[in-house]
Design a protein. Structure first.
Length: 250
């Protein structure tokens, strides 16, 4: 007789009181970047299956789609599902004039939060990340606005994504940062030099994305051959897939 699947443990994220499932579900590829958007009913079922299995830490962003990934989660979380999950989304990358723009000014931060709340169909976002750092706006200004959103009950915890160690320190001095999201895998380890130690020193949780090397460590060196032309991993020249495609895995 097959044994029952092991329960997904819960862990503390950061030192401000947030607790999440040790395994999270990144929803980006359901709507964007990893090929064409997947059928909505299938993705809603997948999200609900993950939650039922104990994977209750869900990750999205307003730029995925853009917006459609948050709307997908909003549909998946209808009914009593919202109370079962810890919901993380992001702001800071907008699409205008046929290009992506990075913004962290207070007016944009507030408008982005209101938009995400509406698309997700929730009253409060559990973890709200600044997706990328706006170098034209002091991080203290951006975090100051996020602090106001915490005080207003619109977000519970603040996170950063792809931030330098010095930026993390400056942000944390304004309001405690609960988590930093960054790419961390066997082929992306530069974060171990100063970012990971800084987070551990300050009691900030670490949320790695692409721990399987964007699929390489599960799909192998030939993975790129199976990707559709709509998959950004196939055309992104900065991705390590290119080296493996040209030079092989040896």
């Amino acid at each position: 007789m097959a044994s029952a699947p092991a329960a997904v443990p819960r862990v503390k994220l950061g030192s401000q009181g947030m607790e999440v499932s040790a395994q999270g579900l990144g929803c980006m590829g359901m709507s964007a970047f990893y090929g064409a958007p997947k059928p909505e009913p299938d993705m809603v079922a997948l999200i609900r299956h993950a939650v039922a299995a104990g994977v209750t830490f869900l990750d999205t962003s307003d730029m995925y789609g853009p917006h459609t990934n948050e709307m997908l989660l909003g549909k998946a979380l209808q009914g009593d599902m919202r109370e079962k999950v810890d919901l993380a989304t992001k702001f800071g990358i907008s699409f205008a004039d046929n290009k992506w723009n990075i913004r962290g000014d207070p007016a944009y931060v507030r408008a982005a939060c209101e938009g995400s709340l509406k698309r997700l169909g929730v009253d409060c976002i559990d973890l709200y990340y600044q997706h990328r750092i706006d170098k034209n706006v002091p991080i203290e200004v951006t975090i100051g606005e996020l602090k106001k959103l915490v005080e207003e009950g619109k977000i519970k915890y603040i996170g950063l994504s792809e931030a330098s160690a010095s930026t993390i320190r400056r942000a944390h001095a304004v309001h405690p940062i609960t988590a930093v999201q960054l790419e961390w895998s066997l082929w992306s380890r530069d974060v171990e030099e100063d970012i990971i130690p800084t987070c551990r020193e300050l009691g900030i949780g670490i949320v790695p994305y692409s721990p399987l090397g964007r699929g390489f460590f599960s799909g192998g060196a030939k993975l790129i051959d199976s990707l559709s032309d709509q998959d950004y991993r196939k055309v992104n020249s900065n991705d390590c897939y290119v080296d493996f495609a040209i030079f092989g895995a040896g």
